[in-house]
Design a protein around this ligand. Structure first.
Ligand SMILES: Cc1cc2nc3c(=O)[nH]c(=O)nc-3n(C[C@H](O)[C@H](O)[C@H](O)COP(=O)(O)O)c2cc1C
Length: 222
């Protein structure tokens, strides 16, 4: 099998698809077709038994976005404000910068043109195993293999967005109260909201890679 012709482009995609918060363009609309195309591409990710038990809840209605954004902000701000204070007290400036960026986005989440909630349908998974899902367990019943059956697709979705000039960031703070968000989104509580991905065009020029430690420090050869 031949390798890809343009490895430089592919390596750039893999190293510069980073969390975009301050550079999300809140003014420019995002076409539904682009989002649909990226979700189509994401579906090629590995997932258990190829059951594809995902549901992509895509919110571009301004009123629903505003309410979902406010719910995210309400849950996130107390958590991350404490984290920020701890990082500042510890002199962790790099960590504090990330917390400030997270808070910046939280204040604007409802203004981001598209909010995508990749959900995992726990009821469909339970049916596949022939089990009955207990409703009260639904929001917390995600197992590691179920997360592993959607997070590869989430990353593919983010890569596909980046390849088309769009920015995104994987967020999870809303999971503290999935019931409240399910009500806003008008979706069943048995659809685990595995993350919330704000999607927008980006402002400014190109992206550089995020800081990462040396790969040799992370590999154990045997
Ligand atoms: C499981 C997980 C949860 C995350 N939750 C949040 C979040 O709630 N809000 C946020 O703004 N970023 C969140 N992030 C993004 C991380 O902060 C980010 O990936 C990390 O700082 C590395 O930066 P980079 O993606 O730009 O390389 C999350 C990332 C992961 C993988």
């Amino acid at each position: 099998m031949q390798p890809f012709d343009d490895l430089a482009q592919i390596d750039k995609l893999l190293t510069t698809t980073k969390s975009v918060r301050r550079r999300l363009d809140l003014e420019r609309p995002v076409a539904r077709d682009v989002v649909t195309d990226c979700i189509r591409l994401a579906a090629y990710a590995p997932n258990a038994s190829n059951a594809q038990e995902w549901r992509w809840v895509v919110v571009d209605d301004p009123d629903v976005r505003a309410r979902a954004g406010e719910q995210y902000r309400k849950v996130l701000v107390p958590l991350v404000s404490t984290m920020l204070r701890n990082k500042e007290a510890a002199g962790d400036e790099a960590g504090a910068r990330i917390s400030r960026s997270i808070l910046y986005l939280a204040d604007r989440m409802g203004e981001v043109p598209v909010l995508v909630f990749p959900c995992y349908d726990l009821e469909a998974a339970a049916r596949r195993y022939g089990a009955v899902l207990s409703p009260e367990r639904a929001p917390t019943a995600m197992r590691s293999d179920q997360y592993a059956s959607i997070y590869p697709a989430v990353w593919s979705f983010q890569l596909a967005l980046r390849s088309r000039g769009l920015g995104s960031v994987l967020t999870t703070a809303h999971q503290e109260d999935q019931a409240a968000m399910a009500e806003i989104l008008d979706i069943p509580i048995s659809w685990d909201q595995t993350c919330l991905i704000p999607v927008a065009h980006v402002t400014g020029e190109d992206f550089t890679p995020s800081p990462r430690g040396p790969v040799a420090d992370t590999i154990v050869w045997r």
